[in-house]
Design a protein around this ligand. Structure first.
Ligand SMILES: NC(=O)c1ccc[n+]([C@@H]2O[C@H](COP(=O)([O-])OP(=O)(O)OC[C@H]3O[C@@H](n4cnc5c(N)ncnc54)[C@H](O)[C@@H]3O)[C@@H](O)[C@H]2O)c1
Ligand SMILES: O=c1ccn([C@@H]2O[C@H](COP(=O)(O)OP(=O)(O)O[C@H]3O[C@H](CO)[C@H](O)[C@H](O)[C@H]3O)[C@@H](O)[C@H]2O)c(=O)[nH]1
Length: 336
C-alpha cells in the first residue's frame, strides 16, 4: 500500500514510518521539521518538506498520485505550551488537520489514521479509562484533538471516510535496535529528562506537583512503548475497510512520577538529583487506560509491559546517540 505519514520526522511518526516500511509498504513522509528531524526519517521513506497549514501545497501532494491512506501524526503536542498559547494550539492543530481531512475527501483518500490522546478524558475519573469514558479535555491541546476526532466523525458520516482514532497514553522508549529514539528540543517529557539527569547531562529534574490525589502525591501515567504504538497502526489500518474505529493505546498500568525516577535510577545505576516544583498547568492527576477493546478486537498486545524494559530501550538509544539526531540545541534545557 502507498501511505502518507504526516509528522514522520517526529518521535512517534518515525517509528510508525519504520513499522510501515518493514511491513512492505511504500511511505512518503510529510513534515515541516518544526520539531522533527530529517535524520529521523527512516531510510526507504520518501520525504516532502511541507507545512500542512499550506493547503495549496498539501492539496498538490494529495492529488499527484494514488494514496491508499494517510496517517496523521503532525501536531503541536506539548500540554503545558498549549496552556500558554491556547488559541495558537487550537487553531494550528485544527487548521492543519482540516486541510488534510478535506484534501483526503476531495482526492478520495478514504483511510485516515489519527494520533489522538489520553489528554481528552475527564479528570474526575477514578476508574481505568475506556473508549467510552467521559470526555472533558483539561488543556487546549486535548481540546484540539477532541475537535479533530469530531471532524473525522463528520467526514465518515457525510463522505464515507474511514478513520481510526488512536488515543495514545504516554509514548516512551525507543526502537529496540537503536535506529530511532526521542529527541524533542527542548525536551519536556519525563522519561528522557530523567535519563539525561541520571547520566549527568542535566543538573536537576524538577517534579511538577506533590499534592495530587495519588498514593505518593505525584501524577500517574500509563507509559506505552513507541514501537508497540507503531505496531497498533498496522493492525488498525487493516481494519479500516470494515468501519471507523477508536481505540485507547496503553498498557493498563500506571506509574507515578516518583516510580519513574526510581526506575531510571535502577536501570542506569545512578542516583538522580531531583526537586519539587509547582504543578504544571493542564496536567491530569491520573491517566491509565483499560486496554481491553483493542486487545479483544484486534489482538493487539504490547511487547513491553514493564516500565523497566521501556526505559532500558530509551537509555540504550540515548547512550548510543548522546546528542540525539544532531548537535546539541541551544534550547535543549528543561522548560518547567
Ligand atoms: N508523545 C506522546 O506521548 C503522545 C501522546 C499522545 C498523543 N501524541 C500525539 O502523537 C503525535 C506525535 O507526537 P510526537 O511526540 O512524535 O511529536 P513530535 O513533535 O516528535 O512529532 C510531530 C512531528 O510533526 C511535525 N509537524 C508539526 N507541525 C507540522 C506542520 N504544520 N506541518 C508539517 N509537519 C508538522 C514536526 O516537525 C514533527 O516531526 C502528535 O499528534 C501528538 O499529539 C503523542
Ligand atoms: O520535567 C518534568 C517533566 C514532566 N513532569 C511530569 O511528568 C508527567 C508526565 O509528563 P510528560 O510531559 O512526560 O507527558 P504528558 O503526560 O504531559 O503528555 C504526554 O502524553 C499525553 C497523553 O497522556 C499527551 O498526548 C502529550 O502529547 C504527551 O506529551 C507529568 O505529571 C508532568 O508534570 C515533571 O514532573 N517534570
Amino acid at each position: 500500500m502507498r501511505y502518507l505519514v504526516t509528522g514522520g520526522a517526529g518521535y512517534i511518526g518515525s517509528h510508525v514510518t519504520l513499522a510501515l516500511l518493514e511491513d512492505g509498504h511504500d511511505v512518503t513522509v510529510l513534515d515541516n521539521l518544526s520539531t522533527g528531524h530529517r535524520a529521523a526519517i527512516p531510510t526507504g521513506a520518501r520525504f516532502r518538506h511541507v507545512n500542512l497549514a499550506d493547503s495549496a501545497a498539501l492539496d498538490a501532494i494529495l492529488g499527484e498520485t494514488h494514496w491508499d491512506g494517510v496517517l496523521h501524526l503532525a501536531a503541536l503536542s506539548v500540554v503545558g505550551d498549549s496552556m500558554k498559547s491556547p488559541f495558537h494550539y487550537i487553531r494550528q492543530n485544527m487548521l492543519t488537520s482540516l486541510n488534510l481531512i478535506e484534501g483526503c475527501v476531495r482526492h478520495q483518500i478514504m483511510r485516515f489514521l489519527f494520533s489522538s490522546t489520553a489528554a481528552l478524558f475527564d479528570d474526575n475519573n477514578t476508574t481505568l479509562l475506556s473508549e467510552t469514558s467521559p470526555i472533558n479535555p483539561s488543556s487546549p491541546y486535548g481540546e484540539s484533538k477532541f475537535l479533530i476526532e469530531r471532524s473525522l466523525k463528520w467526514a465518515d458520516r457525510l463522505h464515507g471516510l474511514r478513520y481510526g482514532c488512536l488515543r495514545y497514553f504516554n509514548a516512551a522508549g525507543a526502537d529496540e535496535q537503536g535506529r530511532l529514539g526521542e529527541d524533542h528540543r527542548p525536551e519536556t517529557h519525563l522519561i528522557p529528562l530523567a535519563i539525561d539527569t541520571a547520566l549527568g547531562r542535566r543538573p536537576l529534574l524538577r517534579v511538577a506537583g506533590n499534592d495530587y490525589d495519588t498514593l505518593d502525591g505525584t501524577c500517574i501515567r500509563d507509559y506505552i512503548h513507541v514501537s508497540d504504538i507503531a505496531k497498533a497502526h498496522l493492525l488498525v489500518l487493516a481494519r479500516l475497510d470494515e468501519k471507523s474505529v477508536t481505540y485507547n493505546l496503553g498498557t493498563g498500568k500506571g506509574f507515578s512520577n516518583l516510580d519513574v525516577i526510581r526506575t531510571v535510577e535502577r536501570v542506569t545505576g545512578q542516583s538522580l538529583p531531583w526537586t519539587w516544583c509547582p504543578r504544571r498547568k493542564g496536567d491530569r492527576a491520573i491517566l491509565i487506560t483499560d486496554p481491553s477493546r483493542i486487545r479483544k478486537e484486534l489482538g493487539w498486545r504490547p511487547r513491553h509491559t514493564e516500565i523497566e524494559s521501556i526505559i532500558e530501550t530509551a537509555l540504550r538509544w540515548r547512550l548510543r546517540h548522546p546528542d540525539g539526531y544532531g548537535t546539541p540545541h541551544k534550547d535543549a534545557y528543561q522548560r518547567i
